[in-house]
Design a protein around this ligand. Structure first.
Ligand code: Q0N
Length: 290
């Protein structure tokens, strides 16, 4: 993607986002319209996906700043770029799970535990946990993040910091999961990234409570014992499965109806969660911060 500011140097990229330096203290986080499924970035973009995710993150940052400060400085007029404070990111992914899915479910089946949390016997896939659990992971440079227990995470960030991070992550999840549930969406789990500011205070960075960083399920129709359809990516997954694609690069082009249906799901998630019309966000991204 072309740097949006010529003086800004590219400092990092994820599968679907880019990070540029604005100056010593500030970064620009740009969310593209790229979409990944089965860990592969597809050649077809979903129009406005990056704006939906940027708007949702801004919305949550504005509503959780009393729980923990965050890196947001400003949303740009393009709706997809966030000016943010430069942090020293912690070397762990801060994952909270309220439901048993993905790697949490896999680990439970194999060991009866997730990240050292012993869980009751007999849980089924996608079941709600007795209480949400903090399940940190390493940040893999390539391949998959690896779930780690308290002792391993504490080696990376220290015991005291671990306790602080766990409490913050659980409080953030509880807030967002309650909020989403009142609007018909289950926040099954979420991945947060925390960093330290120049005075050593914990600050929430990256994106927060977006469909890319979290598992969103429709509350109506939710049932434990299977994998609920993904709120946002189900059309894409179903289409990819129908092709018999082997899930290696390059992924398939998406037909127009799959693109349109998927864009509609992202916009629906935005509007249900924020209560704001997406067109109002496009006209003035600042609406999500008020
Ligand atoms: C940072 N990552 C995670 C975006 C996500 N505020 C910050 N200060 C310093 N570093 C980071 C942030 C933030 N956010 C976060 N990497 C660096 C991964 N990136 C990959 C590129 O897209």
């Amino acid at each position: 993607m072309r740097p949006p500011v010529t003086e800004a140097s590219h400092v990092g990229s994820g599968k679907v986002r880019e990070l540029y330096a604005l100056d010593d203290e500030r970064l620009l986080l740009v969310a593209s319209d790229r979409i990944s499924t089965f860990d592969v970035v597809l050649p077809t973009e979903i129009p406005d996906k990056g704006r939906v995710l940027t708007g949702l993150s801004g919305f949550w940052f504005a509503r959780t700043r009393d729980l923990v400060p965050n890196h947001l400085i400003a949303l740009r007029e393009d709706g997809r770029s966030t000016e943010c404070r430069r942090l020293e990111m912690l070397p762990i992914e801060c994952v909270v799970r309220g439901y048993l899915s993905g790697s949490g479910w896999k680990d439970y089946v194999a060991t009866g535990e997730v990240c050292g949390h012993a869980l009751p016997d007999g849980l089924v896939e996608s079941q709600q946990l007795p209480r949400p659990i903090f399940t940190p992971a390493t940040k893999a440079q390539t391949g998959h993040d690896e779930n780690i227990d308290r002792a391993t995470a504490a080696e990376l960030i220290g015991e005291e910091r671990f306790d602080e991070v766990e409490a913050i992550a659980l409080a953030l999840y509880a807030f967002a999961a309650d909020y989403a549930h009142e609007r018909g969406i289950i926040l099954a789990d979420t991945k947060l990234e925390l960093g330290l500011d120049d005075e050593g205070r914990l600050v929430l960075g990256d994106e927060a409570f977006t469909p890319d960083s979290s598992r969103f399920w429709r509350a109506d129709g939710y049932a434990a014992g299977a994998t609920p359809p993904s709120f946002d990516k189900q059309f894409v997954r179903d289409y990819c499965e129908s092709l018999g694609w082997d899930k290696t690069y390059p992924g398939p082009e998406l037909p127009d109806d799959v693109v349109a249906g998927t864009r509609a799901r992202y916009v629906e998630a935005f509007e249900r969660l924020t209560g704001i019309e997406f067109d109002a966000y496009l006209a003035d991204p600042g609406v999500v911060l008020r």
